[in-house]
Design a binder for this molecule. Structure first.
Ligand code: ASP
Length: 309
C-alpha cells in the first residue's frame, strides 16, 4: 500500500519531519510522535502545547492521545499542566501502564515519574490576552474575590481570542501497511478548568484500525464526543462503506445533534488503500490540511471540503 500522512494546518511545524520519517521507513507511531512534538514546542501554534491558550483560570491544560491501529492499545492524557510534550506522555501511558488514559494530577505525577520535560506553557502573550479578558469581563467585586467566582456563568460568555480552536491531528499509513493516529491540543481558550475535549477520548478525537483506516477531528470537541465521530467513521468503513461514504455518514450523525455547542468541526480520514478525505462542517473561511503521499517530494497544502450541517 502507498504510504500516506495527513495532518491539519496546525501540523505545519512537524509535517515535514513526519513525512521524511515515513519515507525512510519509520513506523507511524514514531513519525507521528516526532511531528507532534515539533508542533507542541512551537509557540506560534496557539492551540497546541506551549503557547496554547489557557483555561478560565489562566492555566494551560493540555490533552493528547495516540492509538496503534494494530493492537488497539491507546494512550491519552487530559488536563495535563506543566509539561512540554503531552503526546510523549500519552505514548508512555500506552506503552508503560496497564491503563489507557490519565488526567490532571495523576497525569502530571506520571509525567514526572517518567522524566518528561517540564515547561511553563503560558507564554507572555497568552497571559497578556487572558489578563485583558479578566480585567474587561469581571466586575471589581469579582476580581477581588477571584478565583472564588461563578465560573459556570463566565464559561458561557467566554470568548476564544482566535475564534477557533484547533488540535493538531496526524494520521499515517506506514511502510508496514500499519495505520496509526495521534492528536494534541490545548482545547478551547477560556475553557472551564478540567474540561476535556474530544482529543484524549479515543473514538471521539481519533481512532485507527489497520484493517480499515483512521480518523481524527479538530474543532468543537463536544460534537465529536457526542457523535463518537472518529470511531464511527472507521466502523462505517468496516461495515462496507467507502471512505467517502463513511465520512458522509458521520456528518449525518452530526446533523442529529440538538442543543449544546454546535460550531465548526473538521473530520480527517484515511483508509487502508491510502485514500483520504478531509471535510469541515460549519466552516468559517476555507480550512486547509497537509497531505504527503509516498513518492511526493514534500507535503503539500490542500483545501478541505466544506459542507453545511
Ligand atoms: N477538538 C479540540 C477540543 O475540543 C479543539 C480543537 O480542535 O479545536 O478540545
Amino acid at each position: 500500500m502507498a504510504r500516506i500522512l495527513v495532518t491539519n494546518n496546525e501540523g505545519t511545524p512537524g509535517v515535514g519531519t513526519a513525512a521524511r520519517m515515513l519515507a525512510a521507513g519509520s513506523g507511524g507511531l514514531d513519525a507521528i510522535e516526532a511531528g507532534i512534538r515539533l508542533v507542541e514546542a512551537d509557540t506560534t501554534i496557539r492551540s497546541v502545547g506551549r503557547g496554547g491558550w489557557p483555561n478560565l483560570l489562566g492555566e494551560v491544560e493540555l490533552d493528547a492521545a495516540m492509538i496503534d491501529g494494530n493492537s488497539f492499545r491507546s494512550g491519552a492524557v487530559g488536563a495535563l499542566k506543566g509539561y512540554l510534550h503531552p503526546i510523549s506522555v500519552a505514548r508512555a501511558v500506552m506503552e508503560r501502564l496497564p491503563h489507557e488514559m490519565l488526567v490532571g494530577e495523576g497525569a502530571a505525577r506520571f509525567a514526572n515519574e517518567i522524566g518528561a520535560e517540564t515547561a511553563d506553557n503560558l507564554i507572555p502573550d497568552s497571559e497578556r490576552v487572558w489578563r485583558q479578558w479578566f480585567e474587561e469581563t469581571l466586575s471589581p467585586a469579582e476580581r477581588a474575590r477571584w478565583p472564588d467566582v461563578d465560573l459556570t456563568a463566565l464559561c458561557q460568555q467566554a470568548i476564544d481570542p482566535e475564534k477557533g480552536m484547533d488540535t493538531t491531528v496526524f494520521l499515517s499509513l506506514d511502510a508496514q501497511s500499519e495505520i496509526m493516529a495521534g492528536v494534541s491540543t490545548s482545547g478551547w481558550a477560556w475553557k472551564y478548568p478540567g474540561r476535556l475535549g474530544d482529543s484524549p477520548i479515543i473514538g471521539a478525537g481519533c481512532y485507527a484500525d489497520t484493517r480499515y483506516g483512521a480518523a481524527a477531528c479538530t474543532g468543537t470537541g463536544e460534537m465529536a464526543i457526542r457523535a463518537g465521530t472518529s470511531r464511527a467513521i472507521v466502523l462505517y468503513m468496516k461495515m462496507g462503506l467507502s471512505l467517502a461514504a463513511a465520512v458522509d455518514e458521520a456528518i449525518d450523525d452530526l446533523r442529529r445533534l440538538r442543543g449544546g455547542l454546535i460550531q465548526r468541526l473538521t473530520l480527517h480520514a484515511i483508509d487502508c488503500d491510502g485514500d483520504h478525505r478531509v471535510v469541515t462542517v460549519n466552516a468559517e473561511g476555507q480550512p486547509s490540511y497537509w497531505l504527503w503521499r509516498e513518492g511526493d517530494e514534500a507535503p503539500r497544502a490542500e483545501p478541505a471540503e466544506v459542507v453545511a450541517l
